[in-house]
Design a protein around this ligand. Structure first.
Ligand code: TIU
Length: 226
């Protein structure tokens, strides 16, 4: 049972008030394809080990959100096996032989149903939690996320996952424009580029919180019931 009371997270640029019953934890793309060798992230030329620092903070906020009865949404970036939902402009930017749909050590890169597309075991969804497949960077593009959130009366999102400046930031911008209040959990996000991670967090909270709020996982844990 989600709590009806209003809680307060110490955040920047100022405190973030939330009611757990009206708040969802959105974990963006914590997939093997981004965090492990042989997937999409590495195919793009990245050092995937940089993302693993976000796993323990994600685990901690996931456990707290479950205990508080909050709606939990896990997103996955990926495409249909026939790639009919993969824009050519996205596909052609991969290096030949390592493009979306090509065979890799974890199966076909960024294709739904393949091992690399799965969420990492440390953050495995529980039965009943929403697993949202998305073809783009933003979780609202060509998905039913907006419908799911509004049907549940969700007004605020706690957002974490990878990568900070790509799928996390795109999703927060989409959510903000749709009227959801977003708090980005700083250390539960990560990027292949530490400077982009830092800049992406700055962009969210600048100008009085132009896209939302930013707080560390420990501030979220301090606010939610133990
Ligand atoms: N490349 C990169 O930083 N990110 C992605 O392609 N997708 C997500 O961020 N999930």
């Amino acid at each position: 049972m989600a709590l009806a009371m209003s809680l307060r997270i110490e955040a920047e640029p100022n405190a973030f008030a939330l009611a757990p019953a009206e708040t969802a934890l959105v974990i963006i793309d914590m997939q093997r394809d981004f965090l492990e060798a042989g997937g999409f992230g590495e195919a793009l030329g990245n050092d995937v080990s940089l993302l693993n620092a976000a796993v323990p903070p994600c685990q901690a906020v996931l456990a707290a959100a479950r205990a508080a009865g909050m709606l939990v949404i896990h997103t996955r970036e990926g495409h249909r096996p026939d790639l009919s939902d993969c824009p050519p402009a996205k596909w052609e930017r991969g290096p030949p032989g390592k493009r979306i749909g090509d065979a890799g050590p974890m199966g076909r890169i960024l294709v739904r149903g393949e091992p690399g597309h799965e969420i990492i075991p440390a953050l495995a969804p529980l039965p009943g939690e929403v697993v949202l497949d998305k073809p783009g960077k933003g979780a609202f593009c060509a998905t039913d996320l907006d419908l799911i959130l509004r049907n549940r009366g969700i007004k605020a999102l706690l957002v974490c996952g990878v990568t900070t400046e790509v799928c996390v930031n795109t999703t927060v911008r989409e959510a903000n424009d749709r009227g959801f209040r977003c708090l980005v959990i700083a250390d539960a996000c990560a990027s292949y580029f530490p400077a982009f991670h830092a800049a992406a967090l700055e962009m969210v909270k600048a100008q009085g919180g132009i896209f939302g709020w930013v707080a560390p996982a420990r501030a979220v844990l301090a606010a939610l019931p133990p």
